[in-house]
Design a protein around this ligand. Structure first.
Ligand SMILES: [Fe+2]
Ligand SMILES: [Fe+2]
Length: 134
């Protein structure tokens, strides 16, 4: 199954949409590398990139939300922080040779991302639109 970007996840905020697409793209690359049976450096590089891109994306969103005094910022930050904890843990386990852990990353993160964008990120978009800020 493809980890496909869909216009359904379009927030209308360009920098956020580009970062979401980058994350979906990384998940697709991870699936491809796993399908090809590569469990070595390519996989580790992609997992590490997924962690750093997630950190960058979450920081971008949080700064954006803070700039507009988004009232649900604290809740949103805690969702991001929980996901980052999970990702760091997965990367750590992968590096400790629990490579099987890596196999769940694309499905786990794809599910989280789709739900989080639809539910969490769109809450912010709705907030901006209600105040004519987009
Ligand atoms: Fe997001
Ligand atoms: Fe978010």
């Amino acid at each position: 199954m493809e980890v496909a970007w869909s216009s359904r996840y379009d927030t209308g905020i360009r920098v956020i949409d580009e970062q979401h697409q980058e994350l979906f793209g990384l998940l697709e690359q991870l699936r491809k590398v796993m399908r090809e049976g590569d469990s070595g450096p390519a996989l580790e590089r992609l997992l590490a990139e997924l962690v750093s891109c997630s950190e960058k994306h979450f920081a971008t969103e949080e700064a954006y939300m803070a700039r507009f005094s988004y009232p649900d910022l604290a809740q949103h930050v805690s969702e991001h922080a929980a996901m980052l904890t999970n990702l760091h843990e997965l990367l750590r386990k992968f590096r400790e040779n629990h490579q099987v852990m890596a196999l769940m990353v694309p499905t786990f993160m794809e599910g989280w991302l789709k739900h989080h964008i639809s539910d969490g990120d769109f809450g912010f978009v709705t907030f901006l639109k209600a105040r004519n800020l987009t």
